[in-house]
Design a protein around this ligand. Sequence first.
Ligand SMILES: Cc1ncc(C[n+]2csc(CCOP(=O)(O)OP(=O)(O)O)c2C)c(N)n1
Ligand SMILES: [Mg+2]
Length: 413
Amino acid sequence: MTISADHTAPGSAPGSAPDQAQPRPAENAVTEAVRKFGITVEDYMLPARHQIQMVDPEGRLLAEGEQGTEPGHEYPLPGDEELLAAYEQLVVGRRVNDQNSALVRQGRMAVYPSSHGQEACQVAAALCLAEGDWLFPTYRDAVAVMTRGVDPVQTMTIFRGDWHSGYDPAKHKVGIQCTPLTTQLLHAVGVAHAAKLRGEDTVVMAMCGDGATSEGDFHEALNFAAVFHLPVIFFVQNNKYAISVPLAHQSVAPSLAHKAVGYGMAGERVDGNDVVALLAVLDRAVALARGGSGPLLVEANTYRMQAHTNADDATRYRQDSEVAEWLAKDPVARMRTYLTGRGLLDDDGDSRIAAHAEAVATQLREGLGEDVPVDPQELFRHVFSEPTPQLKEQAAMLADELARDASSGEASK
Ligand SMILES: Cc1ncc(C[n+]2csc(CCOP(=O)(O)OP(=O)(O)O)c2C)c(N)n1
Ligand SMILES: [Mg+2]
């Protein structure tokens, strides 16, 4: 594939029609970046040759030359305060993932798609945003939703079968945790477009998985965002599986980040178990998007340590040895070692954080232990503005059955 700087600004070519004389905005951003970094368009838009990693699995900070950075793909180390905040959220996120898996086994939640092992992606996706920005999560991103500040019990309400999402998306600027794959990307692009038309400087974080990148909606969302030059970060958590389908059966692209260039946006890949690198890459992506550079695609290389959901048996399609390999790259242990080594975290600090995580788990046990008040008649509401005769008939039948149940219950007391 060849992309030349000229190709990015066809409007400026001799003989262009007058109404094409202005280069399209996306092209402006790319040529601007190319000038700024003194690199080629390919080197700007294509991901760096290696994934960006700052702290290795043993918790050691890599030397600058070993972080996978290249000119135009350079990332400053995040500040100590941001790193400590991220570690606290990692510990809380891990505790929440494990608590929820237990609550599912106890029948207190209907389903939980655990992000155990992916907590660094979850935490970084939320922490890099400013208050006025939007987050569009999937069903696997409950920890990102909580890290954004949504109450833990409200966050998990959707997983107990309540038809409400549990929180007000507009209030928190967090979309509903989406189960229909990739529809959230279109919602995200729509919000970014609206914000741009209103002149707001909102950045939108649009999350999806590796499998979701094969969906038609993925293409439509990325193309629309690139053509309209919208401030969206497409954040792909490549956890290697779409339920039982491994990545190799899903895509033969050199990497998922390489898909960006086909839309005319920049892509980057990052170690998804290294919260330091994730924050560095996503913080810069947010700054670029807010500054008017258009959309970006960031692929995080991570692993789903547990089954797809409680309804799945992962031992049927993957080897224990593969899981063990990823256990050694654990994002929480890695960060603990790194921060301890730098003297930013000691035993007291770690105990305080563990106690906070335990308090959140208690809140979840108590909140989800309470039965939800259910009104069976809700089944018939909001289906049609004018209920059909059949619905009215069924509603009356149900009301009658419920009344008879209630009176027989009274009688047997
Ligand atoms: C439109 C649509 N098709 C199929 C499904 C069924 N489905 C649920 S999760 C999933 C796999 C998604 O994999 P990936 O995008 O990698 O996300 P992960 O679950 O690994 O986080 C599929 C196919 C769905 N929810 N929506
Ligand atoms: Mg996946």
